[in-house]
Design a protein around this ligand. Structure first.
Ligand code: DGL
Length: 270
């Protein structure tokens, strides 16, 4: 048994990194579908099929719990996967809920009716597919009222990060923040609704200005996972060697991952 972490590519490493630091004794199996990234420009059916395939591979690797560390997959596939039914004793969780709980300052599992929260004007930065799904707004509406969300589809940012072109990624982030500010000049908070974006968090913060509170998922998801495993210890296990799997070129992906996390990361072919 182990905890599986899935992303279309390198973005889930931000969640993986925070989770391994928060839970050093938990073995993680990472699956990056780098050969098919980016997901954010694919249609929902395509994202569902790729996600289902990856999750099945993680079940085969002995994971009982799989975290979709990808908002695009969480938006397009999570509900369908859960409704179709996962194998006995297995669970698949997404990354929206911990973020929304932090934004709305609600306790994990608080099922009370939606209520007013401290923030009103919220900027959401995400992939085109996540923005089109409106999944974030739907989840938010279960928990909060009176929040105005302005979404910006950040085309190109994931491709630039996957290619290691951080100069292009920075230019794109700045232009997407400008575009958002034309629609919502003074957001109080900003959500980085793609797990690749924490790699550019300083640029988002700089472009938005110091007054804007930026929420990004890595630590929030790691904390939620720690809380979940405390309540459901059977979902973790010591029996599997941690491994990093990619559908892309293992050497290239290992180099990029090592560069991003500033520690040696070795991928093998999925
Ligand atoms: N990291 C994925 C997400 O959180 C994204 C990306 C993609 O492949 O477009 O949405």
């Amino acid at each position: 048994m182990a905890v599986g972490v899935f992303d279309s590519g390198l973005g889930g490493l931000t969640v993986f990194d925070a989770a391994t630091k928060r839970l050093p004794d938990v073995p993680f199996v990472y699956y990056g579908d780098n050969a098919h990234a980016p997901y954010g420009v694919r249609d929902a059916q395509d994202v569902f099929e790729l996600t289902e395939q990856a999750v099945n591979r993680l079940w085969d690797h002995g994971c009982n719990l799989v975290i979709l560390a990808c908002n695009t997959a969480s938006a397009a596939a999570l509900r369908r996967l859960q409704e179709a039914g996962v194998p006995e004793g297995k669970r698949v969780l997404g990354v929206f809920v911990p973020l929304i709980e932090a934004l709305t300052e609600r306790e994990w599992g608080d099922n009370s009716p939606p209520r007013e929260v401290a923030v009103r004007d919220v900027a959401l930065f995400a992939t085109p597919a996540t923005v089109a799904s409106r999944a974030f707004q739907r989840e938010l509406a279960f928990r909060a009222i009176g929040v105005d969300v302005e979404a910006q589809a950040c085309g190109g940012v994931v491709d630039a990060i996957e290619d290691g072109d951080m100069i292009l990624a920075e230019a794109l982030v700045r232009s997407h923040v400008d575009a958002l500010k034309r629609k919502m000049p003074n957001p109080e908070a900003a959500i980085l609704g793609c797990t690749h974006y924490p790699l550019m968090e300083n640029i988002f913060q700089d472009a938005l200005g110091g007054d804007v509170k930026v929420f990004s998922q890595a630590n929030l998801v790691a904390d939620s996972l720690a809380d979940y495993l405390e309540r459901r210890p059977e979902m973790r296990g010591p029996d599997v060697e941690p491994v990093m799997l990619t559908t892309g070129d293992p050497q290239r992906v290992s180099d990029k991952a090592t560069q991003f996390l500033r520690r040696k990361i070795e991928f093998i072919a999925a």
